[in-house]
Design a protein around this ligand. Structure first.
Ligand code: SF4
Length: 429
């Protein structure tokens, strides 16, 4: 049995992980430990990397990679992992659903320098399909055995759709949706439950899941299997029904010192984001909120890294703690390397913008520094602060520079330079 971070924190012990988080975030160790004990901050670990997610901390981002039946290339997924790390992701999730799933996951865990998450129900469903001809033939024990296998391999967190229970399906039936269900794990479980007329094993045997999580200090990310698939159904009764269940399960997990993240939509109109964050924080007693985007409009395929960055920035500002990136490929295809890069950068921007709104000092200071360097036209230092240094360099040199002190936008009519000359003032640093 591993030392449980939540248990240690509850007892007032300051662990090495808490110390590292405090140093990185620029906060007091006691404050971090208190919130870990309360469940408001969770700790993910992988190799030397410690990631704190939750209240008062910088917003973190996750990148999804993984094979599909259409594109199954482990080397491509490893390259995506490298790109994701290079551009600053905090975690990565392997969502592979084709090829040798065990091998792919183990390779990603081996190569990754950031905590790795998985969705074990995918593997259970795929193997049931391969071995028995249908996802609806998943075996209950296999679900828990697969979860334990992932934990043993070194996965730091898993998505488990525990809130998709029979009551929630009943709500879904009584309150039909236009956009149905878009969670892959949710769809696997709903199909299984309806066909077998049985309760979701992850809900019914949540205690068994908690025991596994305790054994490995595995963080449970309670998935939103009933998140609406479009703005047309946003914040509907089935979504809220599931959230209520997740709130209850969170309490049980916390009593057992298991760390919890709550996953949220998805597709939310801009005016409902704040309410979604508030509901999650109230119902789940301040557990960290992990939003999938959220995408704020459904009419921009090819640009969903932008729709999700808008949603992610607002969600983070209003209190969401963890953003799942969305790439330009969303709703269209498996992302390639370039789309992964665009997705990571967009999510990083969203998290940073949200952090300015949250009042995270270190993030605000980055902008202030950029303002000073921009006014000084110190292009090298500007580049250092820029989220995407390569793009900075590329666009700065897009046209031949006649005057290196300014840029090719205004050239000799550079407003900053002109005012600097006539105002005869010094830039205050
Ligand atoms: S040339 Fe124009 S755009 Fe470029 S730095 Fe000066 S004021 Fe800004």
């Amino acid at each position: 049995m591993k030392n449980l971070e939540k248990e240690l924190a509850k007892k007032g012990f300051i662990s090495e992980a808490v110390k590292k988080i405090a140093l990185f975030e620029g906060l007091e160790e006691e404050e971090i430990a208190k919130k870990v004990g309360e469940g408001k901050i969770i700790i993910l670990k992988h190799k030397n990397k410690i990631v704190g997610i939750g209240e008062g901390l910088r917003t973190k981002i996750n990148v999804n990679i993984g094979t599909s039946p259409e594109v199954c290339n482990i080397n491509l997924e490893i390259k995506k992992l490298e790109v994701a790390e290079r551009y600053g992701t905090d975690t990565v999730m392997d969502l592979s659903i084709d090829g040798d799933i065990d091998k792919i996951r183990r390779e990603i865990i081996k190569r990754s320098n950031v905590p790795v998450g998985t969705v074990p129900i995918y593997q259970v469903g795929i193997e049931a399909m391969r071995e028995k001809g249908g996802i609806i033939k998943m075996e209950e024990d296999k679900i828990f055995e697969t979860i334990e296998k992932h934990a043993k391999d070194g996965v730091s967190f898993i998505t488990v759709h525990c809130g998709v229970n029979l009551k929630a399906i009943d709500r879904l039936r009584k309150n039909p949706r236009k956009s149905l269900v878009v969670s892959r794990g949710g769809a696997f479980l709903i199909s299984w439950m309806i066909t077998n007329e049985k309760e979701n094993p992850l809900y019914k045997n949540f205690d068994r899941l908690v025991e596994i999580a305790k054994k490995y200090d595995l963080v449970l990310s309670l998935g939103d299997g009933l998140r609406p698939g479009g703005l047309i159904d946003s914040t509907d009764i089935s979504q809220i029904e599931e959230l209520l269940t997740l709130g209850e399960l969170t309490k049980y997990a916390w009593e057992n010192n298991v760390q919890i993240i709550i996953e949220g939509p998805g597709h939310i109109p801009i005016n409902e984001i704040e309410a979604n964050v508030l509901l999650e924080k109230k119902i789940c007693n301040g557990a960290p909120f992990y939003v999938l985007g959220p995408i704020v409009s459904d009419i921009a395929p090819g640009y969903d890294h932008i729709t999700s960055a808008i949603g992610g920035a607002i969600a983070a500002w209003k209190g969401a703690d963890f953003l799942c990136y969305v790439t330009p490929s969303e709703h269209l295809s498996l992302p390639g390397i370039e789309e992964v890069k665009e997705g990571v950068i967009s999510a990083k921007i969203a998290a940073h913008v949200g952090d300015i709104g949250k009042g995270i000092k270190k993030e605000i200071e980055r902008d202030y520094l950029m303002d000073i360097f921009r006014t000084k036209r110190d292009w090298e230092k500007e580049k250092e602060i820029a989220i995407d240094k390569e793009k900075f360099e590329k666009l700065r040199n897009k046209f031949p520079l006649k005057n290196k002190d300014v840029c090719t936008m205004c050239g000799e009519y550079c407003a900053i330079k002109m005012v600097e000359k006539y105002l005869r003032t010094k830039i205050i640093c």
